[in-house]
Design a protein around this ligand. Sequence first.
Ligand code: BGC
Length: 745
Amino acid sequence: MSSEERAADLLARLTTEQKIKLVNGTGMSMSGNGSQKVAGAAGSTYSLAEFGIPEVVLSDGPAGVRIKPTRENDDNTYYATAFPIATAIASSWNTELAEQVGEAMGNEVKEYGIDVFLAPALNIQLNPRGGRNFEYYSEDPLIGGLMAASVVNGVESQGVGATIKHFVANQVETSRMVLNAEVGEQAMREIYLKGFEIAVKQSQPWAVMSSYNKLNGTYTSQSKALLTDILRDEWGFEGIVMTDWFAGDDSAAQMAAGNDLIMPGTPANQSQIAAALENGTLTEAELDRNLTRILAMIFKSPAMQGYDYSDQPDLSAHAQVARQAAAEGVVLLKNNASALPLKGVKRIATFGNTSYDFIAGGTGSGDVNEAYTVSLVQALGENGFEINQQLQQTYEAYAVEEKAKQPEKKSFFQFIPPIAEMAVSAEYARELAAEEDIALITLGRNSGEFQDRHIEGDFNLTGTEQALIETVSTAFHAAGKKVVVILNIGNTIETASWKDKVDAIVLPWQGGQEAGNAVVDVLTGSVNPSGHLAVTFPVSYAQIPSAETFPGKVVDPEVIPNPYLNALPNGQKSVIEYIEGIYVGYRFFDSFSQDVSFPFGFGLSYASFDRTDATLTTTEEGYQVSVTVTNTSKVAGKDVVQLYVSAPQGKLQKAAQTLQGFAKTKLLAPGESQTLNLSLTAEQLASFDERRHQWIAEAGDYQITLAKSSREPFWSDVIKLTSEQTLSAQLTPLPTSQPVNALQR
Ligand code: BGC
């Protein structure tokens, strides 16, 4: 029997009340538990034992499985692997690696008795302040979409489901449940929808999670245009759509729009649906349609197969995957006079709180309960380096004192910022510089759900951090010794004002539980860094167009309570206008000739590469660009080639260039070559014409550039279009208010 036939057979036997139950989750307790079966899972669906329908369990989140690590009256532990955050995975520019991470995460999902993973998340890193940027991949939708597709494919290879979230335009945490994002149609199509389109078409995930926000006045979870016309009819999505937890304000409207499952599910949601069925605003056919899709998901689930899960995934094998992924996501931002890899260094002075207490990942639902996090000093110690003991003890004592002053967490989502940096005197720095071979300074940042980051002391460094860099650099340089900064951060910070003071900068992001080992792998050269930025480091916060609009303008001062998370209100009704239109990230910096601190796509290596014999050819699907990369150095390394398209300026808004492809070599031995082939479809040349609701490639010269970063081109050629090409049918117009793009070229 096909899934549809099985569903039809079952639907004929269910009462309306039973159907209503099945389109709603079972709820969530105040402790954040949403499942009877797996402690700490975010949600589950109702079981109907008499019909053989099991409870299906759903669990977060993007950096690994989030469940409770311990259970009452149970001596076993249920730790999960904390993999590097999505931003770090994207920095690898290696989709195979993303797939391997997905496989390992999917295996933990399955072995812990979970059916559906609430990840990956692929919203756009619009502004450095976005509290959940760490859960997302990039400011660019191509890299975000391809990374998400790879993770989905990896997760689902294990026979469990993945969920791409949060669909769509969910870039702000402040007042996130009552925020209206005003976004123009071209920006929606080219930036915010694009990544989801790629992920749906390349991985057909089991589920999509709609977002909290409104888009142009309508909750995304209540928008038929988004959830049915675009997602299913245009892109061919076959899975279920679920709400984000407690999202929207009308369960019946969600059902009608094609949001199949309401999560975590409340009695109020069920009554709303029952009332709408009674008064005819929701039809039984719509309910059956949604339930048929949910049943198809349930039929595929490990729970339905009666999978005998072990509760013992191979955590040590997965730790190796996490370490490898963390190392490959490290971006070497600066390396003056070959400060790295470390040579002749034995004794190290390690500054910065997070050197001793690495931040594995962000907070909130994207957090993971891992068994341990390897810190930088621990990994250095295990690799034979000697850490200055007095300095270590000073930092450890300071941390105990500062942590004791921190407020107690009142709810799971309350964000407690990391402790402030400790001041180090010039005299002490000089003493250490006399004794030690090198200084490492780690700067740490954290953020999480429900709140956005701050500009001062968060994007910008604190005075103490600035002074620390200055004091340590002056002292160590005076003693002829080097200073290396390590950035244990979830998204960008200001680097322009201090980067000249230090010799090297290493960016491991929040690299998961094995980050300490991964950083030491890079410092020693046992791993040659091959990460590249998937987000631009601006010179200053004020440069960014959304500096003026983020996180939105309050339109009603009343604070709306959250009936389920009473410690955290939903916020105040707000609007954010996406005034930058399509000019997000490097699309803005490159189109408006802005200086950046580190450009999109940038990353150094200990090796050097020649890139030769680039050719552009026409293929059946469009075009192919080939290039041969040769390692011209004495150390093995991997190179990343990026393909940008500059479309001719015409009637439509067009960024100076857009990333349309990338490829990474294998580990090339000294002297070894590899030919990379990057494909480009005719559709990828097009821009979205919001008047015609169509993808159009205007006539003219399309410059195809191969580059090391968005600012380091090394080859280019031209595709000439002699006439305008229409590359899609007329598509669903989006709910719009008025055009908001204030930025125009
Ligand atoms: C988050 C989702 C998450 C869900 C379940 C929500 O607060 O926005 O990303 O999957 O909670 O934990």
